[in-house]
Design a protein. Structure first.
Lengths: 54, 236
């Protein structure tokens, strides 16, 4: 709570914080990109395994 | 000659890529609008822009887990393997979005609450939600027999779903640092529409990811299917 007060102005508005905003959006884009790539490679491996079985 | 079932998992571009591409374009647009066009929040200033991405991840994760719950019931009542693939796909994608929910929530909490994490009812229920569904995935990895794996993970999914309404209503049932759901009147129209737009965008991305994951489950099921008995091939 004290940190919140330290970051707020007299009007009670949180100042700055663009680093947090960029980090949040960046984390979403990065995670979705990595997961999509992960699915792509897993799909290729699973597809190859099912072809061998067939 | 019937095409091999595996042929559907490769070859011509699948419909889900179109949905995924549309979702990514929309989310890129929504990210730009959320970052640079939408107004800063009255009390939280620029940090309030995290809401435009944080809230959609919460809705999408809960929607995915609810879909997994429905698919789990479908499997338990019908025994159809397609429902089990859907459970597998929806739970995994739901866990990814729940992880993003907790990560963006933690990033949001630091400048607004002064802490990265608090054992607040909403945060705790959200963490339990993600961990229980990670448990479903671990259970799936631990059971070798496909039939038992499908049944046990369906039961586990139904049990894990109990926490979803608790998570949703936690801000109303207990005193929470986390704000309650906005009623639509408390938000400016621009802010509301950016949030809805990003939700639609991430929903399309989630549909793409679930479809991709579903195809992996389908291919893995084909690979682990027992070989046909002598004479079965001739019978076709």
């Amino acid at each position: 709570m004290t940190v919140v007060l330290a970051q707020a102005t007299a009007e009670g508005v949180v100042q700055g914080g663009w680093g947090y905003v960029i980090a949040a959006y960046g984390a979403i884009w990065l995670a979705l990109g990595l997961y999509a790539a992960n699915l792509h490679f897993r799909h290729r491996a699973a597809d190859a395994a099912s072809r061998e079985e067939a | 000659m019937n095409p091999s079932p595996t042929r559907h998992t490769s070859g011509r571009p699948a419909w889900e890529h179109v949905v995924g591409a549309l979702g990514l374009v929309l989310f890129a647009t929504g990210s730009y609008v959320g970052l640079f066009v939408a107004p800063p929040e009255r009390m939280m200033g620029e940090v309030g822009r995290i809401l435009y991405a944080h809230v959609p991840t919460a809705w999408i994760s809960m929607l995915a887990f609810t879909g997994a719950f429905v698919a789990a019931l479908g499997h338990l009542f019908s025994g159809r393997r397609g429902f089990d693939h859907a459970v597998e796909a929806l739970v995994e994608v739901g866990v990814v979005f729940a992880g993003l929910l907790l990560l963006t929530g933690s990033i949001f909490a630091r400048p607004t609450w002064g802490v990265w994490w608090s054992w607040d009812p909403r945060l705790t229920a959200s963490a339990v939600m993600m961990l229980t569904f990670i448990g479903v995935l671990l259970l799936r990895g631990a059971v070798i027999d496909p039939d038992r794996r499908a049944t046990w993970s369906s039961v586990a999914t139904v049990l894990a779903f109990v926490n979803i309404p608790i998570t949703w209503f936690s801000v109303k049932w207990w005193r929470s640092l986390h704000q309650t759901q906005s009623d639509g009147q408390s938000m400016a129209l621009t802010m509301k529409w950016v949030m809805y737009f990003n939700t639609l965008a991430l929903l399309l991305v989630a549909i793409w990811l679930v479809a991709r994951r579903w195809r992996i489950a389908q291919a893995q099921a084909l690979a682990e299917a027992p070989p046909p008995l002598p004479g079965e091939e001739a019978l076709g």
